[in-house]
Design a protein around this ligand. Structure first.
Ligand code: OXD
Ligand code: MN
Length: 588
């Protein structure tokens, strides 16, 4: 019998990478148990076994993974989008010509899997029955990635039948020798192909996530008329029992995962989780915008996660109904054999190993867990998972939120005047960097739609695509900007955040249902203070007013900075958004 294109492709990659054996995965639990066992007994990374079994009573089916010490985060400077034409990649991407990139990767990949197993992972991004889902294959040479993909995607043998003799999304991944000098994450958008070497870290190695579901998918979406976005998806149930679906784009480290499973401080409201990182948005036949989450798992930052900040996530992590749950680069409480990170409930354990497995000395001033330590866990374990999560159609979206961390300038919440004005708000989004990032603390980084590291083509064209999608929507969602992080003169956050954020969502839901008022300002519509339900809260009126203060001098600087951003995209920047900026300036 002749080979299918899939078999032929796998064979070609094996010829180049030269693994000792090829393992076609079926995505079953039994297989995952065998992979984890192999990771405990046979495989090593930087001298450590790939997996360490954690306390099975308190953290059922959980394992700790320690990465190579240089391999702890996304490597944006080593990430390339290889369109045939540099202009297509835009100033927002690193670019290399496809042939040159492939030649480079071929050299680095020659024999890179020698002595290892090549795992063939068949998986779907999106529900298999969804018209918006995509069938994918990733090859990898480390059990950690194979097991992580079982958690993060819908992995199943049936995907191979689905592909049949047809097309599929391709990913070739090898950890190589973890040498950062030989680490690259290359995207070939026209071939639906991602080629990654030298890193086992989530965003660099779980190719269904940022690489495919955002960078390549955003390009597919441009060609096919949909949007791939860096967004949370939630359903907000109100006291009348109605659920309003909302998506929200926030840059990394702004509390996206906490927002995705918020515990309401107001009675009668409940938040249902559909996704914490990625949304694919399609125009439905009813003229509304419909969202699906292509993923099936959470890959979240551990430090700061606790019963206080995110009780639903803590419950998700300890449920133990979907095998397995992974912790990566957390510390280890050796008395309890439990994962530990800064910000976890309770005091600091007496005896710990740090994220690299070294005895931890709290007097060292170092962190025990890596600041970017992570958990990987199935969404099915989430106690507030939306009943609509597995609906192949997705959910209809009534509002899109753009947020960031701004200690000054940006009001608590602003409603856009219309779709175009809302796109303008998203395009000039920015966030102040925290000490955890490489950048200096308190520096504003523009991150349009939170997509700057993830848009797989020229962002000028991307803004144009957003405007075009708006034209196709008969009932477009309203667009809002949100900011929980405004501080007072002493540097303290004014807004309590967390579960109290529901008060802002209540106003948004009431706006959608024409039940709340708003007043027009220079930058859009904001609530009157009395429109926000502050019952049970004790924020003085002048502080509330401060949350909505619009300082003209600051906003002039904001306009200047926005213009600089827009200028980066030159003639590809849509005139409509420049007009919005002009209108804002005129008002100032
Ligand atoms: C993530 C990120 O890991 O945005 O989700 O970096
Ligand atoms: Mn993200």
């Amino acid at each position: 019998m002749s080979m299918t294109p899939l078999q032929r492709w796998v064979e070609e990659q094996a010829k180049l990478t030269k693994p000792d054996r090829i393992w076609w995965c079926d995505g079953s639990e039994e297989e995952a148990r065998r992979l984890v066992e192999a990771g405990i007994k046979d495989e090593k990374i930087a001298g450590n076994p790939v997996f360490h079994e954690l306390n099975q009573k308190t953290f059922p089916d959980s394992y700790l993974h320690r990465s190579h010490p240089t391999d702890v985060a996304r490597a944006e400077h080593l990430t390339f989008v290889c369109h045939p034409d540099k202009e297509l990649a835009g100033p927002n991407n690193n670019w290399m010509a496809p042939d040159e990139a492939k030649e480079k990767m071929r050299k680095l990949s020659d024999g890179c899997m020698k002595g290892r197993t090549m795992y063939v992972l068949p998986y779907m991004m999106g529900h298999p029955q969804s018209p918006y889902a995509k069938a994918c294959i990733q090859l990898t040479d480390v059990s950690y990635v194979a097991v992580s993909m079982r958690i993060m995607t819908r992995m199943s043998k049936s995907v191979i039948d689905k592909i049949g003799g047809g097309d599929f999304v391709k990913g070739l991944h090898s950890v190589g020798d973890f040498n950062p000098e030989k680490r690259f994450i290359m995207h070939f958008p026209d071939e639906h192909f991602v080629w990654s070497i030298g890193s086992g870290y989530g965003g660099n190695a779980l190719l269904g996530k940022k690489c495919f579901s955002l960078r390549i998918a955003s390009w597919l979406g441009r060609q096919e008329g949909w949007l791939a976005e860096h967004m949370v998806i939630v359903g907000m149930q109100d006291p009348e029992g109605r659920t309003t679906y909302i998506t929200a784009a926030l840059p990394s480290a702004c509390g996206k995962t906490n927002l995705a499973m918020l515990e309401s401080a107001l009675p009668g409201y409940k938040v249902w989780t559909l996704g914490d990182d990625i949304a694919w948005l399609n125009v439905g036949s009813d003229g509304r915008l419909w969202a699906i989450n292509p993923e099936a798992g959470f890959f979240g930052v551990a430090p700061g996660t606790s019963m206080k900040t995110n009780p639903n996530m803590m419950k998700t992590l300890k449920k133990g109904t979907f095998y397995p749950t992974l912790f990566t680069n957390t510390a280890l409480d050796t008395d309890k054999n439990e994962p530990w990170w800064e910000g976890l409930d309770g005091g600091m354990p007496k005896n710990m190993l740090d994220w690299q497995g070294r005895p931890y000395d709290s007097a060292s001033g170092q962190k025990a867990a890596h600041p970017n330590s992570r958990f990987t866990v199935s969404m099915s374990q989430c106690p507030v998972l939306s009943p609509e999560f597995d609906n192949p159609k997705g959910v209809p979206i009534s509002a899109i939120l753009f947020g960031g961390k701004r200690t000054r300038v940006a009001p608590l919440v602003v409603e856009g005047l219309n779709w175009q004005h809302g796109v303008f708000m998203g395009a000039r989004m920015g966030s102040e960097t925290t000490a955890a990032a490489i950048h200096k603390e308190g520096v504003l980084r523009r991150d349009p739609m939170a997509m700057l590291p993830f848009c797989g083509y020229n962002m000028g064209d991307y803004f144009r695509h957003w405007l075009d999608i708006g034209k196709k929507l008969e009932a477009p969602p309203r667009i809002y900007s949100i900011n929980w992080f405004r501080t007072d003169e002493t540097g303290k956050f004014i807004w309590p955040g967390f579960g109290d954020n529901i008060r802002v969502f209540k106003w948004i839901i009431d706006r959608i249902n024409n039940k709340a008022s708003a007043k027009e300002t220079l930058v859009g519509l904001v609530p009157n203070i009395d429109d926000i339900d502050l019952s049970g809260l004790n924020i003085p009126r002048d502080k509330m007013e401060k949350l909505f203060e619009i300082d003209k001098a600051e906003w002039r600087r904001e306009a200047d900075d926005t213009e600089k951003l827009f200028d980066r995209f030159g003639s590809r920047m849509p005139q409509e958004l420049r007009d919005e900026l002009k209108r804002m300036r005129a008002k100032l």
